[in-house]
Design a protein around this ligand. Structure first.
Ligand code: NDP
Ligand code: 2IT
Length: 447
C-alpha cells in the first residue's frame, strides 16, 4: 500500500474509533502527515503495524472523583489517566486540572507526550491524565480533599517504575504536594512516583523553571543557526502560568524585553517591559488575575481579550497558555508585524493553519514536542535523583537541561535534513521521535 493511502486509512480509523475528540484527531493528523518519508524508508514498520499500534493507547482509565466542598455539598468530578505507550520506558506525563478536560484532550496530550519523551533521549514512555476539576476559586481545603479523592483511585495504576505523573495546567506545587501525601499514605511508599515535588520532600532544583528555561534554550539554538541572539529582541508571551513565567525570566536574563503577558481573560502590555516579580506575586502567590498587576504598575495597559496579544509588534512570540490559542488570523498579524521566530511552550498552541502561515513565510518555528520537552526531561532528572538518593545543585540540573535541549534541537534539525525537509523542525521532531519509538516497538514484538 502507498504510504499516503496507509495514512488516510489510519486517520479514518482514528476518527471512527474516537468520535467527538477533535484535538486528538488534530494531533494524530499532524504527526501522520509528517511521517511519510520515514515510512517510505522503513516498510518493515508498516508490516509490523507500528502506526496502527501507535495511535491506540495501551490503556485508558476513567474514574469518579467524589469530594465534599466547603459548604458540605458533595461534588463529583471525572478523573482520567491515559497510558499511551510504554515502548521506551514507564509512562510519563503531566496531569491537567481544568473544566475543559475530557478524554479527547488527555489523549491528544498523551499522544504528543510519546514523541516528546522519545526526543529527550531518556527512557520514558508517554502518558497523560487529569480531571475536569477547576482549582480556580477553590480553597486550599477543597483542593486538598479533591486531590486526596483523585489519588485514592489513581494510586492503583501508577508507580515509580510503572507510570509517573507530574503537573500541567492547574496542577502545580500545591496539588502535587497533596497528591503525593495521599499516595504515600495509601501505599506506605516514599519514592519518585510523582515529579514536580517540593524541595523538602524529594523535588529537584530547576524543575519549576525547566519548561520555560528549556523553551528558551531551544529558541537560542534555533536563532544561533541564523546568526541571531536574544539580546535586544522584543518578546510577547501568552499565559502567565508556570511555563510562561520562567520563559519570561530566561529571555529577560538573555537581554530581551517581554512586552506582554496574558491569562484567559486578557493581557497586560508595556513597551518598556513587564516586571516579573509582580507577575509571580500575582499569579503564583496571590492566585489573582493578570489585570491585578496594573495596580502596581499604572503604566501597564490592560486589554480584556487574550487573543489580542498576537497583534502586538514583536520579534519573537512564545505561546505558553493552551492548545489552538494562536490561529491563522493571529499568525498573519505576527508575520505582518515582522516576527522572526515562534517557539511553542504550550502543547499544540498553533492551529494547523497558523503553522502553515509561519512555514510559508519562512518564520523560524519551534514545535512544542521539541521546544517544551525541558519540563519532562527535568522530571526524569528528578526521578534519577530520587533513585540515587541524592540532590544535584541548581547549576548541575540547569546544565543537564541545556545539554538536553541542544541535543533535541540537533536531532530535530538533522532528521529534517536527512528526510528531505531541511529547516522544517516540526517534521524533524515527529520523525526523530517516531523512529526511536518505532525501533523499540519492533524489537519487542507485537505487544
Ligand atoms: P498553568 O496552569 O501554570 O498556567 C496556564 C496558563 O495558561 C494560565 O495563564 C492560564 O490562564 C492560561 N490558560 C489556560 N487555559 C487557557 C485557555 N483555555 N485560554 C486561555 N488561556 C488559558 O499551566 P502551565 O504553565 O504548566 O501550562 C501551560 C501550557 O504548557 C499547557 O499547554 C501545558 O500543557 C504546557 N506544558 C506544561 C509543562 C509543565 O511542566 N508545566 C511542560 C510542557 C508543556 P488562566 O489562569 O486564566 O486559566
Ligand atoms: O506536557 C508536558 O510535557 C508536561 N506537562 C510535563 C510532564 C512531566 O512529566 O514532567
Amino acid at each position: 500500500m502507498e504510504s499516503q493511502e496507509l495514512m488516510t486509512e489510519i486517520m479514518e480509523q482514528v476518527t471512527k474509533r474516537n468520535p467527538g475528540e477533535p484535538l486528538f484527531h488534530q494531533a494524530v493528523q499532524e504527526v501522520l502527515e509528517s511521517l511519510e518519508p520515514a515510512i517510505e524508508k522503513h516498510p518493515e514498520f508498516v508490516e509490523a503495524g507500528i502506526l496502527n499500534r501507535l495511535v491506540e493507547p495501551e490503556r485508558q482509565i476513567i474514574f469518579r472523583v467524589p469530594w465534599v466542598d466547603d459548604q458540605g455539598q458533595v461534588q463529583v468530578n471525572r478523573g482520567f489517566r491515559v497510558q499511551f505507550n510504554s515502548a521506551i520506558g514507564p509512562y510519563k506525563g503531566g496531569m491537567r486540572f481544568h473544566p475543559s478536560v475530557n478524554l479527547g484532550i488527555i489523549k491528544f496530550l498523551g499522544f504528543e507526550q510519546i514523541l516528546k519523551n522519545a526526543l529527550t533521549g531518556l527512557p520514558i514512555g508517554g502518558g497523560k491524565g487529569g480531571s475536569d476539576f477547576d482549582p480556580k476559586g477553590k480553597s486550599n481545603g477543597e483542593v486538598m480533599r479533591f486531590c486526596q479523592s483523585f489519588m485514592t483511585e489513581l494510586y492503583r495504576h501508577i508507580g515509580a517504575d510503572v507510570d509517573v505523573p507530574a503537573g500541567d495546567i492547574g496542577v502545580g506545587a500545591r496539588e502535587i504536594g497533596y497528591l503525593y501525601g495521599q499516595y504515600k499514605r495509601l501505599t506506605g511508599l516514599y519514592n519518585g512516583v510523582l515529579t514536580g515535588k517540593g524541595l523538602t520532600y524529594g523535588g529537584s532544583l530547576t524543575r519549576t523553571e525547566a519548561t520555560g528555561y528549556g523553551l528558551v534554550y531551544f529558541l537560542e539554538e534555533m536563532l544561533k543557526a541564523k546568526r541571531q541572539t536574544l539580546a535586544g529582541k522584543t518578546v510577547v508571551i501568552s499565559g502567565s502560568g508556570n511555563v510562561a513565567i520562567y520563559a519570561a525570566e530566561k529571555v529577560q536574563q538573555l537581554g530581551a524585553t517581554v512586552v506582554a503577558m496574558s491569562d484567559s481573560n486578557g493581557y497586560i502590555y508595556d513597551p518598556r517591559g513587564i516586571d516579573l516579580d509582580t507577575v509571580k506575586q500575582t499569579k503564583e502567590i496571590e492566585r489573582k488575575r493578570i489585570r491585578s498587576c496594573v495596580s502596581c504598575h499604572p503604566s501597564y495597559q490592560y486589554f480584556e481579550d487574550s487573543q489580542g496579544i498576537w497583534s502586538i509588534k514583536c520579534d519573537i512570540a512564545l505561546p505558553c497558555a493552551t492548545q489552538n490559542e494562536l490561529d491563522e488570523e493571529s499568525a498573519l498579524k505576527l508575520v505582518a508585524n515582522g516576527v522572526i521566530a515562534i517557539a511553542e511552550g504550550a502543547n499544540m498552541p498553533s492551529t494547523p493553519e497558523a503553522i502553515k502561515v509561519f512555514q510559508d513565510n519562512n518564520i523560524l518555528y519551534a514545535p512544542a514536542k521539541a521546544s517544551n520537552a525541558g519540563g519532562v526531561a527535568t522530571s526524569l532528572l528528578e526521578m534519577s535523583q530520587n533513585s540515587m538518593r541524592c540532590n544535584w545543585t541548581f547549576d548541575e540540573v540547569d546544565a543537564k537541561l541545556k545539554d538536553i535541549m541542544t541535543s533535541i534541537y540537533q536531532q530535530t534539525s538533522r532528521a529534517a535534513w536527512e528526510y528531505g525537509c531541511e529547516g522544517n523542525l516540526a517534521k524533524g521532531a515527529n520523525i526523530a521521535g517516531f523512529l526511536k519509538v518505532a525501533n523499540a516497538m519492533m524489537a519487542q514484538g507485537v505487544v
